[in-house]
Design a protein around this ligand. Structure first.
Ligand SMILES: *[C@@H]1O[C@H](CO)[C@@H](O)[C@H](O)[C@H]1NC(C)=O
Ligand SMILES: *[C@@H]1O[C@H](CO)[C@@H](O)[C@H](O)[C@H]1NC(C)=O
Ligand SMILES: *[C@@H]1O[C@H](CO)[C@@H](O)[C@H](O)[C@H]1NC(C)=O
Ligand SMILES: *[C@@H]1O[C@H](CO)[C@@H](O)[C@H](O)[C@H]1NC(C)=O
Ligand SMILES: *[C@@H]1O[C@H](CO)[C@@H](O)[C@H](O)[C@H]1NC(C)=O
Length: 392
């Protein structure tokens, strides 16, 4: 053999053996690795999961390529059909509660709906704060104003911030196709719409809540903080991050505008009407106004579990209060979260004309898109404010 003339016989054998062993080890590693990821995928019971080997994400001008194996779960609801509970019609009080409440009660047991637009990638990477805004298809100007103002920030004080909008399906048959097409275009441009296939009505807001809680538990279990609010608010993301850096270690953190002894409305024609057959206590448990509140991510995951033990209530924020009660967690007041800003009812709010007022707050409710853009422009200009905080 030619080779034995170049190197000694034993040396060659050892060399070939070594090469063979290295190749064998590499092959084995590949086989083991794929077997492992398949096993991990199957082990997550009940959930449909898939494994992606290579994900590249575009973040702040840098292409961070993540090559390790990741298990990504998927939304497991594919059937939009859920039939009405017709046995309710036999109950004597059912005829008395009015059509809207009847409609709610008939579908009260239907919780989860298929997703039309989903963005599982939203929580990839080390997202610090997820901004979650309840919106409706026709409110595109509000979403646009948010994206151009406080929602444009992708990194605040070195922390990654992400924005998503929660949207249901269009309600009017004729406009359905038209609206849906516009929303599809908007989502293709911005990639920030989470849409579920249920009718987007006031009484269905709680569906937005429970579907979001499930979505967050599925895709974002490691995101430390969530801010959830309406689409007509001003949010000071810097102040939120600053507050969380100081006060974020509490695993039960949930702060906003506290409603302590809020009784259910019993007048049938009121928007907030809830009959005693639906909720028979004198007061709702303490809860935070749904206009905007801030909470810890792990608490959000626990809220999902608790929500499955509570019957749906048409008042979405009071429903969250009932879930918090199940968890024995008390929501807390934060003086930097204001339910009324410019349009404080009944009086002229002098403070609200001063942009410095907003510099020191976490959130203010009730802005038109135009007001939001104007406020943002003033705030970004070189207005000099004293650093006196309006909250502790
Ligand atoms: C990011 O890197 C990956 C892997 O190197 C590459 O396939 C992809 O095209 C890159 N994306 C951008 C936007 O540069
Ligand atoms: C339908 O309504 C009846 C009467 O309230 C109730 O007992 C039953 O559990 C409901 N069914 C479902 C599927 O929720
Ligand atoms: C909520 O959405 C479901 C699914 O689209 C619909 O069947 C139901 O009528 C809606 N409920 C109300 C009260 O609008
Ligand atoms: C923030 O933390 C301080 C000290 O830990 C505490 O006194 C204060 O009540 C907290 N603020 C809120 C709004 O939780
Ligand atoms: C109130 O409702 C709960 C559960 O829905 C029920 O167990 C309880 O008996 C009701 N109380 C009254 C006074 O009707």
């Amino acid at each position: 053999m030619r080779l034995s003339r170049i190197c000694g016989k034993t040396f060659c054998n050892v060399l070939l053996l070594a090469i063979f062993m290295v190749i064998f080890a590499m092959v084995q590693k590949v086989i083991l690795q794929s077997a492992f990821t398949e096993k991990t995928a199957r082990d997550i019971s009940g959930e449909r999961v898939y494994v992606r080997g290579h994900i590249s994400v575009w973040t702040g001008g840098r292409n961070e390529s993540v090559t390790e194996h990741k298990v990504v779960r998927a939304w497991d609801v594919t059937d939009a059909h859920c039939s009405a509970n017709t046995s309710l019609a036999a109950l004597p009080w059912f005829a008395e509660v009015g059509e809207r409440t009847q409609q709610f009660l008939l579908y009260r047991h239907c919780r989860y709906y298929p997703m039309i637009f989903n963005h599982p990638e939203k929580c990839e990477g080390d997202v610090y704060l997820l901004l979650v805004i309840k919106s409706m298809i026709p409110q595109h100007r509000r979403r646009e104003a948010i994206r151009k103002t406080w929602g444009e920030q992708k990194k605040v004080n070195g922390k990654k911030v992400r924005l998503v909008f929660l949207v249901g399906a269009a309600t009017l048959g004729e406009e359905h196709v038209h609206h849906q097409k516009l929303l599809e275009y908007e989502d293709r441009l911005f990639g920030d719409i989470l849409q579920w296939d249920f009718k987007d009505t006031f009484y269905n807001l709680t569906l937005k809540e429970v579907n979001f809680l499930k979505w967050f538990s599925t895709y974002c279990p490691n995101v430390p903080f969530v801010f959830k609010g309406d689409d007509d608010i001003f949010v000071n993301v810097e102040n939120i991050v600053e507050f969380l850096e100081k006060n974020g270690s509490n695993p039960d953190l949930i702060v906003g505008t506290l409603l302590y002894t809020s009784p259910p409305v019993r007048e049938k024609n009121n928007r907030y009407f809830v009959p005693a057959e639906m909720f028979n206590e004198t007061f709702y448990p303490p809860y935070l106004s749904g206009g905007g509140y801030l909470m810890a991510g792990p608490l959000t995951v626990r809220l999902h579990l608790a929500s499955e033990r509570v019957d749906l209530l048409p008042i979405d924020d009071a429903f969250v209060g009932m879930c918090l009660r199940v968890l024995h967690v008390s929501p807390k007041e934060h003086s930097g979260i204001k339910p009324w800003g410019i349009h404080e009812p009944g009086k002229k709010n002098e403070l609200s004309k001063n942009p410095c007022f907003y510099r020191d707050l976490l959130m203010v409710h009730r802005f038109t898109p135009g007001e939001l853009l104007l406020m943002w422009k003033i705030m970004k200009s070189d207005v000099i404010c004293s650093r006196v905080k309006h909250f502790g």
